[in-house]
Design a protein around this ligand. Structure first.
Ligand code: ZN
Length: 303
């Protein structure tokens, strides 16, 4: 089997690019005026310090502000939709649900939070005095968001996890030493081993398996950064249920490259070049693709 057959780079849920909406309001074309296009109240996006330190290495966290021109083209051409923005009560629920998710992550630790399922998350919150139970409204909000068709707000990728309560079986994954992340045994593990062997010691996994709560956490953090704008958030981060990290994909980076691993800068590294040269990489969605998602050179497609 050619390597190309089982390993490819994709651009699913690009991340550290940040919330473009904050920098350039014309990115999403307005084709019609809709009632939800009301002004968003100014909110304070969560500060980086609120996250666990290695969250900086995760999709959606650690904005670099890098916005190569082709991204603008992608958005203008492919995402010709009215932005969907959380306001009022919905924005409040978004904030409180995010805070509780964040507290659960702090409580159980970053590694465990990567793979916890929705029901276990609810139990953990309830049992913890510092977190406190999710309110009915918060749960209904998360559930509604999970089952909402992401195409409505402009994310055109496939839904790969359709159960809100989907579990990651402990026996199917293993913790990758020194990363705080998990990988699926089998194909994903093989691909990672192969990448490390061929690229060398400077390559490391920066994000592995992510369950539904983890993807919620990342997506809501990004949405808050985008002042409640789901459409802008989904340019650079897959909504919960839509991430291939749920079913086997992972991200790689260069050791010591920090946050820049989640920027277009990674595509300038020797590691990236080597991945290309060795035929590991096929681009699932080329730059300027019609799916409305950014080019994400650090994301390894396994599934
Ligand atoms: Zn990824």
């Amino acid at each position: 089997m050619r390597r190309r057959d089982f390993l490819a780079l994709s651009l699913g849920a690009a991340a550290a690019i940040g919330c473009v909406a904050n920098k350039n309001a014309v990115l999403v074309k307005k084709t019609k005026t809709a009632s939800h296009s009301v002004q968003t109240p100014a909110i304070v996006a969560p500060q980086a310090e609120e996250y666990a330190s290695n969250d900086v290495l995760e999709d959606g966290i650690g904005s670099s502000g890098a916005t190569p021109k082709d991204h603008l083209t992608i958005i203008e051409e492919a995402r010709n939709i009215e932005p969907i923005i959380a306001v009022g009560d919905e924005l409040e629920l978004l904030k409180s649900a995010f805070k509780r998710l964040n507290d659960v992550q702090k409580h159980i630790g970053f590694g465990n939070f990567n793979v916890i399922n929705f029901d276990a998350m609810i139990s953990v919150a309830k049992a913890s005095k510092t977190v406190g139970a999710f309110t009915q409204a918060e749960l209904e909000y998360l559930e509604a968001l999970f089952f909402r068709d992401a195409k409505e707000y402009g994310f055109f990728g496939a839904k790969v996890t359709d159960k809100l309560t989907a579990s990651i079986e402990q026996k199917e994954v293993f913790k990758v030493p020194q990363t705080g992340h998990y990988l699926y045994k089998g194909q994903a593990a093989k691909v990672y081993e192969s990448v490390k062997k061929d690229i060398g010691d400077t390559i490391v996994m920066t994000s592995g398996v992510r369950g539904v709560p983890k993807q919620f956490h990342l997506f809501l953090a990004k949405t808050l950064e985008c002042k409640g704008n789901y459409s802008e958030a989904s340019h650079s981060l897959a909504p919960a249920g839509y991430s291939y990290h749920g079913i086997g994909d992972f991200d790689v980076g260069k050791i010591g490259f920090g946050e820049k691993n989640f920027t277009q800068d990674f595509a300038q590294t020797k590691e990236y070049e080597k991945l290309m040269q060795l035929g590991y990489i096929a681009i699932r969605y080329p730059r300027g693709n019609p799916f409305g998602v950014y080019f994400e050179p650090w994301h390894v497609e396994v599934v």
